[in-house]
Write a protein that binds this ligand. Sequence first.
Ligand code: CAA
Length: 387
Amino acid sequence: MTYVGIDKLCFYTSNFYLDLKELAKARNQEVDKFYVGLGQEQMSIHPPDEDVITLAANAAWLAIQDIDPNDISMILFATESGLDFSKSCGVYIQHLLGLPKTCRILEVKQACYSGAGALMLAMPYLQQNPTKKVLLITSDIARYGLNTPGEPTQGCGSAAMLLSANPKLIAIEPESGYYSDHTWDFWRPNYSKDAIVDGKYSTRVYLTTLQECWKEYQKNSHREYSDHTRFCYHLPFTKMAEKAHERLRRTCGVDQITDSLISDSLEYSRRVGNSYTASLFIGLASILDHAQNDISGQRIGFFSYGSGCVAEFFSGIVQKDYKNHLTTLYHKNLLDQRKELSITEYEEFFNHALPETGVEYATPRYTTGKFRLAGVKDHTRQYEKMF
Ligand code: CAA
C-alpha cells in the first residue's frame, strides 16, 4: 500500500498580538480566568492589511520552497472566514504564488472541521495519483466581538500543508470515525462579521462528538487509547484540549493523567489563539517542533471539531526523518517577533472595515509579511507582494 499524508507543514500568523493580561484589565476580569481558566496567554490580531488570503499566502509560500510547484495538481482552501460567495480564496493563492494553471481549486467549508475533512478527501486522490501533490491550506480569523465572552478566544492563523504519497512528516491512516448533527452551538450568518455562539453549549457538543467519533474510530480501527502516544485536538482555547483529553481518558477507563500526551500540542495555540480550521494543524506543528525526543514511528490521534456540527477522530504515524523537514525556527521567530498591541490599538484594528461600496480604497501599511492586502478597486481585492 502507498502511504499518503502530510509532506510539509508550515504556519503563519499576524505580526501583532494582544496579551490577555491587558484584555483582562480592560474588561475587569481576573487574569487567571484567561491564563488558567481558558489556558490562553496571547492572541494574534490581524491588522487592516492582513486577511485570510495574506495569512494563507505566507504559510503556503514557505510550504512550497523545496518542491517543483508544477507537481501541485490541486489546491484546497479550508476556511470559515471566506471573502466571496463565488470566487474561492485558493484562486488568489494560485495567482500570488505562481502555481500551475493545470490545477483543480476549491474552497471547503464546515466550520473548524473543513481542513481535516479536506485532508481525508485528498488521501484517496493521492493513492490514485502518487506522483501529484495537493496543497491544503487552512486559514481563519476568529472574531466574536468586543466585550463578549468569546473575546479572549479570538486569534488568527493559517497552516499550509503539502500532501503527497510517501510523506516526509505524517502518514495518515485510513481508518477514522466521524459524526455529524444539526446543532446551533456556533454559526455566522452571511450578514454578520462576528460569530454567534452559545459558548457553554459549544463546549458540551465538542465533548459529546469526541466520544461519538472515538467509538466509531475504535470500531473501524480496533485500536485502543494505549496505541497512541500523542493526541492532537482542535484548539479553540488550550483548556478545551485538556477537557477533551480528560473526557477521552475517562471514556477509555484510563486512570493516570499523562499531561505529556497533549502538552506539546498546546504551545503555539496558547500564543496564537483560535485559528478555527488551522488550529488542529498548528497543534500538530507544535508537537513536531516541541517534542524533546525523536517521535518517529509514533502514532498521533487527531480530533477535529467543527461547530454546527461535524467532527472526526483519525490518526497518523510520524515518519522517520521528520525532524529534517520542519520549519521550527521560522515558527518560533514568527511568534517571538510579533509586536504587542495596546487595548486601544487592538480595538482600532478590530473596528477597521473595508468599504462595502466597492469604491477605491488603499489600506494602511502594517504587516511585515511577504504579502499584503493593498486595498479594494472596482469591488476587487488588491494584493501586493512585498519581495
Ligand atoms: N482563575 C482560574 N480559573 C478561572 C478563574 C480564575 N480567577 N475565573 C474563572 N475561571 C475558569 C472557570 O472556572 C472556567 O473553567 P471551567 O470551564 O473549567 O469551569 C473558565 O475559567 C472559563 O470561565 P467561564 O466559564 O466563566 O467563562 P465564560 O463563560 O466567560 O466563557 C467560553 C468561556 C464559553 C469558552 C467563551 O470564551 C466562549 O464562548 N468562547 C467561544 C466558543 C468556544 O470557543 N467554544 C469551544 C467549543 S466550539 C469549537 O471548538 C469550535 C470553535 O473553534 C469555535
